[in-house]
Design a protein around this ligand. Sequence first.
Ligand SMILES: NC(=O)C1=CN([C@@H]2O[C@H](COP(=O)(O)OP(=O)(O)OC[C@H]3O[C@@H](n4cnc5c(N)ncnc54)[C@H](OP(=O)(O)O)[C@@H]3O)[C@@H](O)[C@H]2O)C=CC1
Ligand SMILES: CC(=O)N[C@@H](CCC(=O)OP(=O)(O)O)C(=O)O
Length: 370
Amino acid sequence: MSNSAAAPRPSHPKEAVRVGIVGASGYGGVQLVRLLSEHPGVQMTYLAGQDSAGKRYGDLYPQLAHAVDLVIQPVDVDQIAASSEVVFLSLPNGLAADLAPPLLAKGCKVLDLSADYRFRNLATYQSWYRMGKTDPHWPSPDYRQANEGSVYGLPELYREAIAQAQLVGCPGCYPTASLLAVAPLLRQGLVELDSLIFDAKSGVSGAGRAAKVGSLFAEVDGSFAAYGVAQHRHTPEIEQACSELAHTPITVQFTPHLVPMVRGIHVTLYATLRDPGLVGEDLLTIYNAFYRQSAWVRVLPRGIYPQTKWVSGTNNCMIGVEVDSRTNRVIVLSVIDNLMKGQAGQAVQCLNIMMGWPETLGLPRLAFYP
Ligand SMILES: NC(=O)C1=CN([C@@H]2O[C@H](COP(=O)(O)OP(=O)(O)OC[C@H]3O[C@@H](n4cnc5c(N)ncnc54)[C@H](OP(=O)(O)O)[C@@H]3O)[C@@H](O)[C@H]2O)C=CC1
Ligand SMILES: CC(=O)N[C@@H](CCC(=O)OP(=O)(O)O)C(=O)O
């Protein structure tokens, strides 16, 4: 993965960019279809899937039949590249490793929503995502080369590099909420580096649309539990960006929980302050300055703590900040919609940056309420 250079000045689109979505039938895919159908800069030209191939999109999602008149195609690189200048890959982990390189070679820009292009060090990816797999030919030279040129798609930290990128590895949902919570503290050197604890909760759509026992209504409703304790694969992703922010390797504690709701992520970050004299107002000033240029991050006034419902269906991240002077800890509360700022919305935000368009183009900013 690389970082580089200055972003072009945003301009509005002059003619529609042709866009394809691979994995269009899944939860990420259907968000992309909804967002891109109403985006003024693009025309959706190709939707692809596996089991859903051959079906009309409107038969799969009847609520969109009046707006989307496309048939889902099997994955065919030549067809995708012939019909699309930009391709979103919204597939299970591991598939984009083979799919992105030929699309890049044919001149497409690619935004991958999986974890395949998030890691600067593929050994880290291997140890968290490919446990027990012993393929001597992995990683392929094409995958390794593509990964070296990819950019981590968190605009608030890597905006300039995204503007120049051909391939963006879009972040996971938990890392997005966690990194936006912690970034100002690490950039300013305000906290003890071994003190970071991310306590995270997610709605069930984070697990995707494929049927799984753990996502059944009867398993989830009326219950609440942690999972992946001390071993969730988003830990190294959070550590990678934290280490870059702090310019030194950092280890973090990250614990996800499943909440009986459809959408939303709430992260509570605890960290020990280096300066015990800092108060809540000081930190709010720092957070507001850090996110001054970030249209999708809203730092809330003192004493207001964000709720997942406030960002549902939008690309917003809302952040509350508090200091507990008794324990000398800062507590940061961060919420996003996992399918929007945590996935498809953020990918469209990255597309806007790659195309030199305003970052807010085609993205919803007002939540449904209640
Ligand atoms: N859900 C979330 O909150 C977030 C998810 N992500 C990541 O985004 C990606 C997509 O996630 P999500 O939308 O939840 O997943 P879903 O399970 O809802 O959708 C997966 C999609 O992949 C397609 N697919 C599966 N296998 C193949 C294959 N061999 N060839 C072609 N298409 C295939 C499916 O098509 P078909 O139905 O036709 O078989 C489906 O469209 C994943 O990598 C996930 O980790 C990232 C951030 C947040
Ligand atoms: C509730 C739930 O199951 N969430 C998913 C995270 C979804 C996500 O962001 O995952 P990717 O890194 O795969 O993109 C999980 O814990 O694996």
